[in-house]
Write a protein that binds this ligand. Structure first.
Ligand code: DGJ
Length: 720
């Protein structure tokens, strides 16, 4: 990383850019391979001297240039996007932050947390910068506490989780955007001078258009194995903003946090505001490494039961939608058993009596079983599943209400909607006002009743199908601009209470597909629904996108009837993540059923490698008409490769694929698995044994003469 000389800079920039603070105090935030070096300037302000590969000689940290102020305040001399901008009780719109002290703690055996306290010399405001460095995983988590020591309420206009500075020749941004059924599409662009922002203003279904994560490549666009790159993501299940600003000297600042849009936060006297965490990983060796870093960190420290196994389930949504009764469900449970799935998941449509949920126009909020559909209730379904030797799980959307519901009739003041305006529906529903503690209690009690009354219940799918609009919280009164934030904080409070009581129940987070995909939510959820689009061709891109940030055991992928591709292709695509089914098993041909039964057996044999192994993305669907990726287990004894030929032409030239992550010394037997009964392998080298060295230098001919569009293969590699 290169640093600017300070000649020819205007006087103000001199203060913050180029001075060597030889005798300034260094604060090193380090992982095994990454360092973020801060220093305290003579003026008491804290500067970021360096972010990049850890320097070999720690003494070099002492001669680093001073750099830019680490957490720039608004209202003072800096004229770019600040990290924090507040209005004091007396109306003063400025803040100065001077170093007060530093603490280093070890919250667990694998991480070190550095807390830097900054204070305004004129006002009783404290800002604590937290940096938690996970040594082995090379991940840093940064967040901020803002303590209001004033006698009245202060306004937080901007309150970033983190500010980071870069000085490179050029900057390349990889962002992930989309829509319903089109999540996590990857887009790359070179940053230019000025501002680029990625944000969400959608509130509840926050990530529907933009996802809260990015890759930032320095100097050149990184690829899987080379280039300097940082992966960053905000752990917040609400509105977020990433602000990239390239200044007149080609320096870049990245400000990440809650989106301050319509959210000037009123912080009462004596209160502390804690921002969500910005989680990042840096590597000088390409994006594959930062993905693996995040995956390992997530499984070890963040995701609920991240290192535990997951259930293969059969869902009924695509088969029945709202049209089912006990008898139909009984048959589907039999199908789950026949298939070899671990659990049957009952989706939307089981509740509401005055206004039964027979379509999406009614019932949300009335979480009692519809007597006409399910006369014996959930208790019976749990028992039935148990008697058949499977498990039972259920869908719920507890933050929402239909105007056609008893809840709406009883509690009109529990709903987010504007006074003096017509109600604004989205999927015929409204959002409950979770900023209101009574509503939060209702959501908790709904979940507690559902789970507590049915001890055998083995899985929950928590859905959230609408974004927020026409916002007004009857509860917040004159504090409307706290709504977006308080909603999310109270949601976390509900989830915390739930997890205190039901620590290990698997819960999938769904948001009309994958519109809630962040690491704070994953503290409470074991997995998330990636997209309603289960057409496997589309899914390859969607799952590729998620794989940059999330371990595969969190990315739920179901085999369904979407898309015209073969069942094998659909299955192979779903197997690269957390496999499940949402398909009418009774319509499968005998061969398809036999194939699926075997596929589940294969998955159970291989899932520990897929879930807990290291991911190597080998051929990107964004660069070729195919996608190839592999997982390797921790001791490099077993690997699984997924090969997807997309809209490839039959005589298109495709090269052998060189593998990664294997032990060069070991010999691996390569075998294609997951084949339809009677089908021959397409792997030219099937059944042979090669050294890891050969496989990584020469590679495998994955298709032989069988290259065809929309075909796939799964290759198991076992060290001999
Ligand atoms: C949206 C989800 O993404 C679907 O999987 C399904 O659960 C429906 N909601 C049910 O309403």
């Amino acid at each position: 990383m290169k640093y600017k000389k300070y000649i020819l800079l205007p006087a103000l920039a001199l203060l913050t850019t180029g001075l060597h603070a030889q005798d300034g105090k260094r604060i090193a935030i380090e992982t095994d391979h990454t360092a973020l070096i801060l220093n305290i300037g003579k003026n008491g302000r804290v500067y970021q001297s360096y972010l990049g590969e850890r320097l070999a000689d720690a003494a070099d940290n002492n001669v680093l240039p001073q750099g830019k102020e680490a957490y720039i305040t608004g209202g003072m001399e800096d004229q770019f996007q600040p990290a924090i901008r507040i209005t004091h009780t007396d109306g003063n719109p400025s803040l100065e932050l001077i170093y007060a002290d530093k603490k280093v703690i070890h919250p667990d055996t694998g991480s070190t947390e550095t807390i830097i306290s900054l204070k305004d010399p004129q006002y009783p405001i404290t800002v604590n910068l937290h940096y938690q460095a996970y040594a082995h995983e090379d991940v840093i988590k940064a967040w901020t506490e803002i303590v209001n020591g004033e006698k009245g309420t202060i306004i937080l206009n901007d309150y970033a989780s983190s500010m980071l500075h870069f000085d490179a020749g050029s900057y390349w941004l990889t962002q992930f955007h989309g829509d319903w059924a089109y999540e996590m599409q990857m887009q790359e662009s070179k940053l230019t001078s000025g501002i680029k922002e990625i944000d969400s203003k959608l509130g509840t279904r926050a990530d529907m258009y933009q996802s809260p994560m990015f890759l930032l490549s320095l100097n050149k666009l990184s690829d899987e194995t080379s280039g300097e790159v940082m992966a960053g993501t905000l752990a917040w299940t609400g509105n977020f903003r990433f602000h990239f600003e390239q200044d007149q000297n080609n320096s870049l600042r990245v400000v990440s946090g809650i989106n301050p849009y319509a959210s000037a936060y009123q912080l009462a006297a004596g209160k502390t505001f804690t921002t969500p965490a910005f989680i990042f990983s840096y590597s000088a060796h390409g994006r594959g490494q930062v993905s693996r870093n995040l995956h390992a960190w997530a499984r070890n420290y963040d995701v609920m039961d991240g290192n535990k196994s997951r259930l293969v389930l059969l869902n009924n949504w695509e088969t029945t939608t709202f049209n089912f009764n006990e008898q139909r469900l009984d048959g589907i449970m039999d199908d789950a058993v026949k298939l070899g799935a671990d659990l049957f998941l009952l989706d939307d449509g089981w509740f509401g009596n005055k206004y039964p949920r027979s379509n999406d126009k009614a019932g949300l909020g009335d979480w009692q079983e519809t007597k006409t559909k399910l006369p014996n209730g959930i208790t019976h379904l749990v028992k039935q599943a148990d008697a058949k030797g499977t498990k039972f799980g259920i869908w719920i959307e507890p933050e929402m209400v239909n105007p056609k519901s008893e809840l709406y009739e009883k509690h009109p003041d529990w709903i987010i909607k504007l006074p003096n305006r017509a109600e604004n529906y989205y999927r015929n529903q409204l959002v409950l006002d979770l900023a209101n503690p009574k509503v939060a209690d209702f959501v908790f009690n709904t979940m507690d009743d559902l789970i507590g009354k049915h001890p055998g219940l083995a899985f929950i799918k928590w859905d959230c199908n609408r974004l927020m609009s026409n916002n007004w919280s009857p509860y917040l009164k004159d504090k409307q601009s706290n709504l977006y934030v308080d909603y999310v904080l109270n949601l976390y409070d509900v989830l915390k209470r739930l997890r205190a009581k039901y620590p290990h129940l698997p819960i999938m987070l769904c948001s009309g597909g994958g519109a809630r995909t962040d690491y704070e939510a994953l503290k409470y959820f074991t997995e998330f629904w990636a997209s309603d689009d289960t057409d496997p061709l589309e899914r390859v891109y969607i799952q590729w996108g998620y794989s940059n940030f999330f371990p595969s055991n969190t990315v739920t992928c179901h085999v369904t009837s979407w898309g015209k591709q073969s069942l094998k292709f659909r299955t192979d695509v779903a197997m690269m993540g957390k496999l499940g089914y949402d398909i009418d098993v009774s319509k499968m041909t005998p061969d398809e059923l036999a194939f699926s039964q075997q596929a589940i057996k294969n998955y159970k044999r291989l899932s520990s490698v897929i879930w807990f192994g290291e991911l190597y993305r080998l051929v990107s669907p964004y660069e070729a008409n195919r996608a190839v990726l592999m997982y390797v287990d921790g001791i490099k004894a077993k690997a699984v490769l997924f090969n997807y030929n997309l809209n490839i032409r039959e005589r298109e030239q495709v090269n052998r694929v060189r593998l990664q992550g294997l032990d060069p010394q070991k010999k691996y037997k390569v075998e294609e698995v997951n084949m339809m009964p009677g089908a021959k392998p397409i792997l030219a080298d099937n059944g042979r044994t090669y050294t890891g060295d050969y496989l990584m230098k020469i590679g495998l001919d994955l298709n032989g003469w069988h290259l065809k569009a929309l075909t796939s293969s799964v290759v198991e590699m076992t060290a001999q």
